[in-house]
Design a protein around this ligand. Structure first.
Ligand code: 4AZ
Length: 263
């Protein structure tokens, strides 16, 4: 199930130190995980979330997610695009199932990777793809640079993707979604120490774990109030207690992204 291409897209995953583990539980919100059957969550469709794109190799094997923000522009994670070329990737819209053949497949005419990107754990994990073919789907709006209040701790955010449904598990054939609370920056700092770059990242998840993005969800959306506010980036494993998922803090990159969307 996991091709080498897919494996290469795995975000850096930290090894928990004893110190980090000891302080981790102080970090995330105290709400219990909602009883939802991504990890946790429920199946959904691209009809319900038409702006959620599969990012695939040339054989249409999905390895990351993305979000359609104009007919020909898709926001994804920089780490998804490392080693890729315009010829090696496709964007697939309107396809709920990984094994489907429906929807719209587009080639990519340009890959813009944030020039400051080095590694997901250093931040700057954002890329914009320009499509060769327009997608006939409703786009998502995304935060502007002044919308920083959307990340208030405890705010409910929605995550979406075809990633694995457990750490080291298998991908979901059907698009999945879940909701997770935004974690205070202080809490995320407690979990991840200096790997958490407050300007560039925002964390979401329950103290007790159980609901999270996982391998293959990278690049996909974190929505707050239906607006794209984060990009699935990295974490220590998936859905582990005390280790929320880490998302690119899109307000920080909004102006850079807009320059690409309008280019
Ligand atoms: C990944 O490898 C990945 N739990 C995505 C999200 C998270 C961890 C890993 C966050 O694509």
């Amino acid at each position: 199930m996991f091709g080498s291409n897919r494996a290469r897209k795995t975000a850096a995953v930290l090894t928990a130190t004893a110190a980090a583990a000891a302080t981790a539980l102080l970090g995330a919100p105290s709400a219990a995980a909602a009883p939802q059957p991504i990890v946790g969550g429920t199946t959904t469709t691209t009809t319900a979330y038409p702006f959620v794109m599969q990012i695939t190799d040339a054989s249409q094997n999905q390895f990351c997610g993305g979000t359609l923000v104009s007919a020909t522009k898709v926001i994804t994670a920089a780490h998804c695009m490392v080693g890729e070329t315009t010829g090696s990737v496709r964007v697939v819209g309107g396809r709920t199932y990984l094994n489907g053949t429906n929807g719209t497949v587009s080639k990519v005419s340009k890959i813009w990777i944030n020039p400051d990107y080095t590694d997901a754990t250093n931040g700057d994990d954002v890329a914009v793809l320009t499509l060769s073919t327009s997608m006939p789907y409703t786009t998502a709006s995304y935060v502007s640079s002044s919308d920083t209040s959307v990340y208030a701790a405890g705010t409910t955010a929605r995550i979406l993707g075809w990633g694995t449904t457990s750490e080291n598990g298998s991908s979901s054939n059907q698009l999945r979604t879940a909701t997770v609370p935004i974690v205070a920056d202080s809490g995320c700092q407690s979990s991840y120490g200096s790997e958490f770059v407050q300007t560039d990242m925002v964390c979401a998840g329950y103290t007790s774990g159980g609901v999270d993005t996982c391998q293959g969800d990278s690049g996909g959306p974190l929505l707050i109030g239906g607006v794209l506010a984060g990009i699935t980036s990295w974490g220590n494993g998936c859905a582990e207690a005390g280790y929320p998922g880490v998302y690119s803090r899109l307000t920080t990159f909004s102006s850079l992204v807009t320059a690409q969307v309008n280019s």
